[in-house]
Design a protein around this ligand. Structure first.
Ligand code: ATP
Ligand code: MG
Length: 157
């Protein structure tokens, strides 16, 4: 499908805002009022964003801020999600997109999950001709950024 990614991202943030306590977590949008056309499988993109958001929420401290930005360039657009959470140690960064990989088994077990979310996200983004990367600092926070190509035909269904 050709979808409007700006609309989709905003609706997912709305949903996370509704279910999370606003005193504990703040979502800050750096998203212009625009239409961002992309030819992607809507359900799969929701799955990718859901995992990135749920990770940000899961690893954020009370009072943390989660910043979401959507930027357009000539042929691509990118979405980044930054949190002020526990972060990922540098030596673990190359592995976070591996299947079943989880930093600190004990901590991760307590927080739940299987370690598949980012592996699936990467697979989906690559299948759509995009890329995904992580930038993180231990005890400071994490940023996940993904880039996808625009749609050639600008017709939203
Ligand atoms: P699942 O997504 O299958 O429920 P998961 O969230 O543990 O489980 P991934 O989403 O693949 O798995 O993430 C892999 C690991 O990377 C996590 O277990 C966690 O250690 C680390 N990680 C991912 N996102 C963040 C984040 N925003 N802050 C800190 N650590 C993170
Ligand atoms: Mg996850």
């Amino acid at each position: 499908d050709t979808i409007d990614v700006t609309k989709l991202v905003n609706s997912i943030i709305d949903r996370y805002e509704l279910v999370s306590d606003s005193e504990k977590l703040a979502f800050i949008r750096n998203i212009e009022d625009q239409t961002t056309f992309a030819t992607v499988d809507r359900d799969k993109l929701i799955q990718v964003l859901d995992n990135i958001f749920s990770n940000a929420v899961k690893y954020s401290p009370e009072g943390g801020e989660i910043r979401i930005s959507l930027e357009e360039s000539e042929k691509h657009f990118s979405i980044s999600v930054s949190d002020e959470g526990v972060g990922i140690p540098e030596e673990s960064l190359p592995q976070v997109f591996d299947r079943f990989y989880r930093v600190d088994k004990a901590r991760s077990r307590k927080l739940g999950g299987t370690g598949l979310g980012l592996a699936i996200a990467k697979q989906i983004i690559l299948a759509h001709g995009g890329s995904i990367s992580v930038d993180s600092e231990w005890n400071v926070g994490t940023t996940i950024m993904l880039t996808l190509p625009y749609s050639a035909e600008k017709v939203v269904v």
